[in-house]
Design a protein around this ligand. Structure first.
Ligand code: NDP
Length: 330
């Protein structure tokens, strides 16, 4: 039974040496408990924040203890009346091949309804983040222009698709031409910009958004956010969902100050943390499932094989190696 621990806190960009693989016995269960076999593990950029010894909206990881993230697992033994052997569950679980829990906080997932990994992606926190970020702050109206960064990533690819469902012009920003083509050809986005090759991101955005940007869904922060703000329309809305370009910085770079633009444009810029809206997860999943069944939302993932490759899959997020949701198959 292998587990993956945080050996040391990364300084700057995380490296494989920050993690440790450990062998232990498969635990036994007591009354009220279940034994879970891990099938799929979600790796997410926000885990980088939990590797810092800093107070945030979620507790930091402890050194020399297993990390945790969204996991899909199978119940292999049960002494808990709410679970049967063979049930599939999703929840926040540790990076272990086998683990024991009392079942609190786990959701059963139905294998017939959608592929199991969809519950880590489009029907899980990824999809919910995209949907509720747009609902709570975006307030999209048909005909408006929605700009999204991290556009070929897990959250961004859902954001853009919801924008199309809502009748918007959708422009994506991502790090390769292949990703941009994929969002246009497969996900129906209207246009896209490669932020790595654009010589002038402000101008590229202005060209791709001839009517300006009404809503900017930001997954990356930094210079991409600066360029998006320079194109924001009067009464525009900016959803600060993520800032991956800053996660590995030891000193936060200073950029142009946003207040002038926000005042001049009467624009709204608001931070968003999906966990603030737990009560609304149920309705959000219902809507996402409906769109998924109707084939209005496409699900895509980058699947990495092997429990031992969880840390590498996590590191690869910062190199843009994923298209859609990054998931490890154990
Ligand atoms: P993604 O699937 O989008 O993976 C990360 C992507 O970020 C990479 O594929 C890469 O794509 C891009 N990227 C990496 N480094 C940089 C950089 N320096 N500058 C610009 N882009 C970069 O991850 P998620 O969809 O899971 O998460 C997207 C964002 O949303 C993250 O910032 C995350 O923290 C945030 N988030 C926030 C939540 C909340 O509640 N606030 C909940 C869930 C996610 P590319 O090739 O395009 O560079």
């Amino acid at each position: 039974n292998r587990s993956i621990l945080l050996k040391e806190r990364p300084a700057g960009k995380p490296v494989l040496d920050n993690f440790e693989l450990r062998q232990e016995e498969i635990p036994t269960i007591n009354e009220g408990e279940i034994l879970l076999k891990t099938l799929y593990v979600s790796v997410d950029p926000y885990l980088r924040g939990r590797m810092r010894d800093e107070k945030s909206y979620i507790d930091p990881f402890k050194l020399n203890e297993p990390l945790e993230s969204g996991v899909i697992a199978e119940v292999t033994e049960s002494r808990n009346p709410n679970f049967r052997k063979g049930d599939y569950v999703s929840g926040m679980l540790q990076w272990k091949e086998y683990q024991v829990t009392n079942g609190n906080g786990l959701n059963k997932v139905n294998k017939e309804q959608a592929p199991l990994t969809a519950h880590l992606g489009i029907l899980g926190l990824t999809g919910i983040t995209a949907y509720l970020g747009l609902e709570k702050i975006g307030n999209l109206k048909p005909g408006e222009t929605l700009l999204v960064s991290g556009a070929a990533g897990a959250v961004g690819s859902v954001v853009g698709q919801i924008g199309k469902i809502k009748g918007c012009r959708v422009v994506g920003i991502a790090g390769t031409d292949e990703k941009i083509s994929w969002t246009i050809e497969k996900l129906n986005f209207d246009d896209g910009i490669n932020y790595r090759t654009s010589e002038n991101l402000r101008k590229s955005i202005a060209n791709a958004c001839p009517n300006g940007v009404d809503v900017y869904f930001d997954n990356v922060g930094g210079e991409v956010l600066d360029a998006a703000l320079a194109n924001i329309n009067k009464f525009g809305r900016i959803i600060n969902c993520g800032a991956i370009s800053l996660y590995n910085e030891t000193e936060i770079p200073v950029g142009p100050r946003p207040e002038g633009i926000l005042i001049k444009k009467s624009a709204l810029m608001q931070g968003f943390i999906v966990r603030d809206y737990v009560k609304e997860f149920g309705p959000a999943i219902n809507q996402l499932s409906k769109w998924f069944q109707e084939d209005k939302l496409k699900y895509s993932e980058t699947l990495i094989e092997g429990f031992e490759n969880i840390p590498q899959a996590f590191l690869d997020l910062f190199e843009g190696k994923n298209q859609g949701k990054m998931v490890v198959k154990v």
